[in-house]
Design a protein around this ligand. Structure first.
Ligand code: G16
Length: 570
């Protein structure tokens, strides 16, 4: 696709003129900048969280460069700006970092703050953008999707607030990439990123930082780490499964280093290009070893896991795991136990498809509770405006206003803080919580790798049901059905087609298509039911929800379409 190169120097999507070229040459005395003709690429529309594709798609000539060029232009990154750069260490991370350095230099970026070895967890990148006053950051990750040459790769842009680009910007990025005729590239050899330090490359400064140090300092301000350390000193045992991904170095430094947890507490702690073959998604389906260990009568007191880029978390007690909706609710109810949140919680938000457990706590605390579409980007405005302090999603994401991403290790430390302060185990905390607020049983059934036409048929069926007459719905026990549309309370932007919701008494059944998959289509079906009866608070979720799951399959016509059992249940 690339045929010729020529001199250039005008970022921001402007036409390249003689004056730009002169200015660029003057500024970059030592850097040669070329315009590489390539593209356009018309398949670079970011999904729920950035652009995710098969690794081989990203390995195509000019593919990554074009996307980065589109980001820099669409986000109007000014000359001399500072950007943060790092990723989850998956296959291609190292080469992608070098490519991005060259495209950034070609576009007049002044400083790149890069995690050592090109590594940064997503929450740590968000924190660096904020703490260093950067214009934004580029994060390399396909999150929980498996990595490797046959796995997935991803890239996303986060803005000045440290949060994922909002929909309007991701759409601009897509449109820009669809029209680009090439990208600007500085001729640079490999830039060493193995040791912290600064290197002036003749205009572009590359600053390599320890990825963990700043993050630990932030956690120190939020939680009572001394109290947690005292709990470990008294024999408390934990297992943290980093799943061969980026959280390993963070967890080792924080848990085994700062908190004194026994060596070996962190397992699968070295970030590997293929995550050691793990599917780095911290849920009961993919963290089976951890669940088995925690089911053992002599197992650790506390278990946790995180995902590829360190923003997801799963909390596990002896013999049970905490549903993400419950996790958010328990943390909100116990916010005063964490020094960084005591007496300052403004409100809370959850995505539509997340269980309503947190709503009940917010209600009791007289706090506002917002319902957003799926995608952390929708929490950004609420956090920036100070309307909420905590937010969370069913996809094992929990976070607060300390960064603008969900934060896996943060959630783990918060839980440890609550356990240390109350002296109660995870199961005791949950039992107390359900006794007080009732329990929101929740499950998500994923139907992955569907033929897109079949998925469209399912959605068509759901839409039809949703728009169906009251009588027809009432016959199924459904009181209300609607398609979710979100109006951002801060900037008034409207997001349509954000999922379908059926309310049936104390139950809700919801459907949407995933926006993070890379193969075929994934139908997500979310089922929940509120329960208050004391003798029904400790059932297995699949058992408690059996009738509602059957309703979900009926609503979507899954049997008629011969779609069998879900591929993943969480
Ligand atoms: C991303 C988003 C989350 C979303 C999740 C699943 O998480 O940041 O907000 O809940 O994907 O999205 P979907 O249901 O569209 O697949 P992550 O951890 O993958 O970056």
């Amino acid at each position: 696709m690339c045929s010729t190169t020529r001199w250039c120097g005008a970022p921001g999507g402007a036409k390249i003129g003689r004056r730009d070229i002169d200015a660029a040459q003057k500024r970059r005395k030592f850097l040669e900048i070329r315009f590489v003709e390539a593209g356009p690429f018309t398949d670079q529309r970011p999904g729920t969280s950035g652009l995710r594709k098969k690794t081989r798609v990203f390995e195509q000539a000019h593919y990554l460069e074009t996307f980065v060029q589109a980001v820099l232009e669409a986000a109007a990154v000014p000359r001399g700006a500072t950007l943060v750069l790092g990723g989850d260490g998956r296959y291609l991370n190292d080469r992608a970092v070098q490519t991005i350095v060259r495209v950034a230099a070609g576009n007049g970026v002044g400083r790149l703050i890069v995690g050592r070895d090109g590594l940064l967890s997503t929450p740590a990148a968000s924190h660096l953008i904020r703490s260093r006053g950067a214009h934004g950051g580029i994060i390399l990750s396909a999150s929980h999707n498996p990595g490797g040459p046959d796995g997935d790769f991803g890239i996303k842009y986060n803005g000045q607030n440290g949060g994922p680009a909002p929909e309007a910007l991701t759409e601009r990025i897509f449109e820009t990439a669809s029209k680009l005729k090439g990208y600007r590239l500085a001729d640079l050899g490999p830039v060493p990123v193995g040791e912290p330090g600064r290197r002036d490359l003749g205009g572009l400064v590359v600053e390599v930082v320890d990825p963990v140090a700043d993050y630990l300092a932030l956690m120190e301000r939020l939680f009572d780490l001394d109290r947690i350390a005292a709990m470990f000193a008294s024999g408390f045992r934990m297992r943290f499964d980093a799943m061969g991904a980026v959280t390993g170095p963070y967890a080792k430094t924080v848990l085994e280093g700062r908190l004194g947890a026994a060596p070996g507490t962190v397992v699968n702690g070295d970030p590997l290009p293929d995550f050691g073959g793990h599917h780095p998604d911290p849920n009961p389906a993919h963290a089976k070893e951890l669940l088995a260990e925690m089911a053992d009568a002599d197992g650790p007191d506390f278990g946790a896991a995180s995902d590829g880029d360190g923003d997801r978390n799963m909390i596990v007690g002896r013999g049970l795991y905490v549903s993400p909706g419950d996790s958010l609710a328990v943390l909100l109810a116990n916010a005063d136990l964490a020094p960084g949140y005591r007496g300052r919680v403004a409100g809370v938000a959850r995505s539509l498809v997340t269980s309503r457990a947190v709503d009940r706590v917010a209600d009791a605390m007289r706090l506002p509770c917002y319902q957003t579409p799926t995608g952390w980007k929708f929490f950004g405005n609420l956090l920036d405006a100070g309307l909420i302090t905590f937010c969370g999603e069913e996809s094992f994401g929990t976070g607060s206003d300390h960064v603008r991403e969900k934060d896996g290790l943060w959630a783990v430390l918060f839980w440890l803080n609550v356990v240390a302060a109350t002296g109660k185990s995870v199961s005791e905390l949950l039992a107390d919580h359900w006794a007080r607020f009732g329990r929101d049983y929740f499950t998500r059934h994923d139907y992955e790798g569907l033929d897109p036409e079949v998925a469209a048929e399912v959605v068509g069926r759901v839409v039809e049901r949703c728009a169906g007459g009251e009588k027809e719905l009432a016959a199924l026990g459904v009181d209300r059905a609607y398609e979710f549309e979100y109006v951002d309370p801060v900037d008034g932007s409207v997001s349509r087609n954000q999922g379908y919701c059926f309310e049936a008494g104390e139950a809700r059944v919801l459907f949407r298509l995933s926006g993070t998959g890379t193969e075929g289509a994934t139908l997500r079906c979310y089922v929940e039911r509120y329960e208050r009866r004391p003798d029904r608070l400790h059932l297995d979720a699949q058992t408690a929800l059996a009738d509602d799951i059957a309703l979900a399959r009926d609503l979507a016509g899954l049997d008629a379409l011969r779609i069998g059992a879900p591929t993943t249940i969480t």
